[in-house]
Design a protein around this ligand. Structure first.
Ligand SMILES: Nc1ncnc2c1ncn2[C@@H]1O[C@H](COP(=O)(O)OP(=O)(O)OP(=O)(O)O)[C@@H](O)[C@H]1O
Ligand SMILES: [Mg+2]
Length: 222
């Protein structure tokens, strides 16, 4: 099948109806793409990602994911199983007492056995350089550590599409490099909302800039 993974047609949204954040915005994500989503603070990057997973509903326009129009809560249940979303704020993502439980939560929820889930946890933590973090208390981690664990909890679900909201924000260079390396080896399509020039230069296959509720004409295709 040749359809887009994600397709937004003339989507509008505003938290305050008098101040639109997205204004008849159009967007496509195809297989194998890594789209760098850029734009000033407050331009609507996070809002766009939340619309794709149904955490917000458009005032107008059409959202199609995996070839199906998505409108009601039920439509988005399947989307959230298949699309991994890294929140901009890691505290929104992590809710278990320990790192291992947080990273195992997704796989267990998807029906993996405990053995399978622990195997995935170990492999995911290892890939991100988080060996030995299994029993660490999540809420006591540093901001950068939380970010890495949040990413592990998304990757452990092996989602078909990744929506990553500022995946390297607050990370030191070594951690950011590991994230870049891990992401560059993944076959999944992804949207990277980011201000990090390294991610944009080394990972994104194209770059889209949000401005006043829409995308500026695409200028960069790497
Ligand atoms: N929960 C909310 N209630 C009201 N307004 C909101 C809410 N969340 C975001 N906004 C507003 O919507 C606009 C877009 O916010 P959004 O978080 O999507 O921007 P962003 O491009 O992700 O910015 P950043 O680069 O700072 O992460 C901003 O003006 C913001 O103040
Ligand atoms: Mg944001």
């Amino acid at each position: 099948m040749n359809e887009s993974l994600v397709s937004l047609d003339d989507v509008s949204y505003g938290y305050d109806p008098n101040r639109p954040v997205l204004n008849r915005c159009n967007f496509r994500l195809d297989r194998g793409e890594r789209v760098g989503l850029v734009g000033a603070n407050g331009s609507g990057k996070t809002t766009l990602l939340k619309l794709i997973v149904g955490l917000l509903r458009p005032a107008d326009g059409r959202i199609e994911i995996f070839g199906q129009t998505r409108q009601c809560e039920r439509d988005f249940h399947e989307v959230r199983r298949r699309v991994g979303f890294l929140f901009q704020d890691s505290d929104d993502q992590l809710f278990c007492p320990t790192v291992a439980e947080d990273v195992a939560f997704g796989p267990l929820n998807l029906g993996k056995t405990r053995d399978e889930a622990w195997h995935i946890v170990a492999a995911t933590l290892d890939a991100l350089g988080l060996n030995g973090f299994e029993q660490r208390i999540t809420y006591k981690l540093s901001g950068g550590e939380k970010r890495m664990v949040a990413l592990a909890s998304v990757l452990s679900m092996h989602p078909e599409v990744l929506l990553l909201d500022e995946p390297t924000a607050g990370l030191d260079d070594a951690a950011a490099d590991r994230v870049l390396e891990v992401l560059s080896e993944l076959p999944q399509a992804m949207i990277l909302a980011t201000h990090d020039p390294r991610l944009l230069d080394r990972l994104a296959t194209r770059r889209l800039q949000l401005n006043e509720g829409r995308f500026l004409a695409e200028t960069t295709r790497i």
